[in-house]
Every structure is written in C-alpha cells, then in structure tokens.
Design a protein around this ligand. Structure first.
Ligand SMILES: Cc1cc2nc3c(=O)[nH]c(=O)nc-3n(C[C@H](O)[C@H](O)[C@H](O)COP(=O)(O)O)c2cc1C
Length: 410
C-alpha cells in the first residue's frame, strides 16, 4: 500500500517550525496535568537561557538540537539505512569495549596533539563531511564549520554539497581544509570540481567510496524528505572503480583520502591506488545496512595498512571515551558526523566550537583518569571486551537525550 507522503524540505520544515514553539510533536497525552508535568520536565536544564558557548556538556548540545529541529530533520540527521542495524552496531562496537586504567601517574600535562598529512592538529577530532546538511540548518554552513574547527586547532572536511560553495569554506580560514568528493555527475563534472578544489587551495582530496548506490534511509522516504540522488548519469556513480581514484588524484594534484573503507582487502587496494589516508567509515550507518560497526573493522584495516598510510575513522563517536577507543585501535584522528550536525543546529558556529572544546575536555579527562599522558601511549592493551549494557542507538551515549526521545519531549 502506498504511504501517503507530505513533501517537505528541510528548510521548509525549519521555517514551518519558526514562529511555533520549537515543539514538533504533540505531547503523547492529552491529559492536562500530564501535559503540564511533561512541559515542566521537558527542559530541566534551562537550555533556552544558555548561549551556545555556555553549554557545559555534550548532552546539552544534543538536547538543544532535539528541541530545535522538526521531527523529519531530526530523523534525517540521526537515522540510518533500512533497519538501522549498521547505525546501532557503530555504537554497539564502541560500547562493547571497556577502558583499562592505571593510577598514581603524574597527569598534569597531557599531550593531545597529532598530525594529519603533515598538518598539526591540537587534538585528534575533526568535523566529518555532512553534505548539504550544514547549509540547511545554518545560513553559512561550510565557512561556519571551517572557522569553528580552526578556532579549536583542527581541520574540517567540506563536502561537495556544502553551502554556499567549496571556495567560501576554504576562503574562511588560512588552515588547509579537506575537500570531500561525492561523484554526482560524469567525468567532465568531476574535472570541473577538482579544478576548483585545486584552485581554492584545499589541503587534500577525500573521495567517498561507499556511495555507488544511495542508501535507503527509510525515515526520509516515509517523511517525504526529498532525497537528492545526484544528477546526470546515475550509472556513472555506480561504475566508479579503483582506476578512477588514480585519475582523480592525478587531476587534483593533492594527497588522497579514501573514505568508506571497511575491509583489509580494500585498505590494501586503496594504498595501491594512491591513497595517502585510509578512512574507515560506514557513513554513520547511512549506506549499507547490516554492515559491521566501524570500530569492529578498525583493527583489521590498521593491520593491513601496516604503517603505509594514515588511518582515520568515524562512526558512532559522541564521547571522549569513543575517541580514545578508536585511537587505541590505531586511528590517527576521529571524525564526528551526527554530533557536528547536532552542534550546528543547536548553536551555529559557536555551538560547533563549543562541541569541539567539550570533546577535547572529555578526551583529556579520560586520558588523565586512565593514567596516560600522550596519545602515542595508546594501544589495544588499554581495551577489554565487555558485555554491552543497555540498547545502543544514535542517542544512547546521552542518557538525558535518550529519556527525552523516549518521552517524545522537546
Ligand atoms: C546528515 C549527514 C550527512 C552526511 N553527508 C555526507 C557527505 O556528504 N559525504 C560523506 O562522505 N559523508 C557524509 N556523511 C557521513 C559522515 O561523513 C560520517 O561518515 C558519519 O556521519 C560518521 O558517523 P556519525 O554520524 O555516527 O558520527 C553524512 C552524515 C550525516 C549524519
């Protein structure tokens, strides 16, 4: 039976929400006193009174975004493909690891600095590419994220669909950004983009390789959110192969990052075809359903790479502990996708800067409590496999948010 759909765009959804209180769903109960209680308890933290730079915790950022975003936009950001098993496995994989800790170590000075393709990063976290989402929840999009990342000493990935343009993001900061390419047209279209990337003086090209087909994100399909599958000849996108990667690197003349690698075999092929960085990712669970969680494949990829390229990773990362676990398994730095979307939605550029600052604070605290003074000391010896507690999901890292989502309270 055909599902009746209401066509709505993110921008429309957002502007519809303006003017109304930022409550997109009615309270579950019509009972007046129940509604009163839910109103009273739905904002226990006084989030409206806080400027973005004043958020004290990552959960407040996520809660503020939940209050602000209309349901279809929230679902677009936080949802995954089909049954959302990959999405949940990203969290489950992280939750299945516990950290070991050593005590009575002098941890007054903890060095979080690292490098990526020769560029200094103050700490090993970066905003992952999140396509056109940036421009949909923020008038500036790419430049805002670039500035926020730069202000915290890290770089940002700018996606092909980032608004207002790839040039505007790189012009906003002196630091070299990384351009992420989705193939959305034919060879001539790609040439045009790559020439602009070189001219704009990006630091590296990231080609996303796990999107030959567009994952079926059923939350978007059901809510009627328009899904852009690209333009031009769709079969070109589906025909991409390793030789195209070599050609793209030659054309752009920049270091190459292959994003979306999930097996040892492909890690080896990526290096053989010119990748300087292997980026472990399953698109935050938005593409292949029933894949392994990112952290579950990280060790396999790091072993296959064997020091011949740098390794990045993302997938389910919402806490400093998640970052540390990925570093223990060999990632050089770690990307945040949904969390970036939450921070930009909650507080614009200042929200993203604060999110990165809080993430750095969490990483530093975790390492101090583990008795580790440098990320160079991290390795698999700090991890133990443990049974998972609770139900992993895209909100389960934030108990207050999990409660709000369960109560449908905004
Ligand atoms: C709203 C949204 C849009 C995304 N758009 C892109 C994109 O344009 N290009 C890309 O390579 N990955 C894209 N991704 C995937 C992210 O780069 C990243 O791999 C993923 O979000 C990491 O998982 P996490 O969301 O659990 O942190 C997107 C993710 C989200 C949530």
């Amino acid at each position: 039976m055909a599902v009746a759909r209401k066509k709505t765009t993110v921008k429309k959804s957002l502007s519809k929400a303006k003017g109304k209180k930022a409550v997109a769903r009615k309270p579950a109960s019509k009972n007046a006193s129940a509604a009163k209680v839910s109103k009273k308890t739905s904002n226990p933290l006084g989030l409206e009174k806080k400027a973005p730079g004043q958020f004290d915790t990552l959960q407040e950022i996520a809660l503020a975004a939940h209050r602000k975003l209309p349901a279809p936009v929230w679902d677009h950001l936080m949802g995954g493909a089909d049954s959302e098993m990959t999405l949940r496995r990203n969290r489950a994989g992280l939750d299945a690891l516990a950290l070991r800790q050593r005590v009575l170590v002098d941890v007054r000075h903890i060095d979080l600095s690292t490098t990526l393709l020769g560029q200094d990063l103050a700490f090993p976290v970066f905003p992952a590419p999140v396509g056109g989402f940036l421009g949909k929840v923020h008038h500036e999009g790419g430049p805002a994220v670039a500035r926020a990342a730069d202000s915290r000493g890290t770089t940002a990935f700018i996606a092909t669909a980032a608004k207002p343009s790839l040039e505007a993001a790189q012009e906003a900061v002196k630091r070299k950004l990384i351009f992420q390419l989705y193939v959305r047209g034919d060879r001539t279209w790609i040439e045009g983009i790559l020439d602009r990337v070189r001219k704009a003086e990006y630091g590296a090209l990231c080609v996303t390789v796990d999107r030959n087909f567009y994952g079926r994100r059923e939350r978007d399909i059901v809510s009627g959110l328009p899904v852009k599958e690209g333009f031009g000849d769709q079969s070109f996108q589906a025909s991409l192969n390793w030789k195209d990667l070599v050609w793209m690197k030659e054309r752009v003349g920049l270091p190459l990052i292959a994003k979306g690698i999930a097996t040892a075999e492909d890690a080896v092929l990526a290096i053989e075809h010119g990748a300087d960085v292997v980026y472990v990712s399953n698109h935050g669970g938005r593409q292949l359903d029933h894949a392994q969680g990112s952290i579950e494949v990280l060790a396999e990829v790091v072993k296959a790479v064997a020091g011949r390229a740098e390794v990045l990773a993302d997938g389910g990362v919402q806490r400093g502990t998640d970052v540390v676990k990925m570093l223990c398994l060999g990632a050089k730095a770690v990307g945040v996708g949904k969390l970036l979307g939450l921070a930009l939605s909650a507080g614009g550029e200042a929200g993203v800067a604060r999110m990165l600052e809080l993430m750095e604070l969490e990483v530093r605290t975790v390492m101090g409590l583990m008795g580790v003074t440098s990320i160079k000391q991290l390795g698999p010896q700090w991890l133990r496999e443990v049974p998972i507690l609770g139900t992993p999901s895209s909100v389960s890292a934030y108990p207050l948010l999990e409660d709000a989502v369960r109560r449908n309270a905004r």
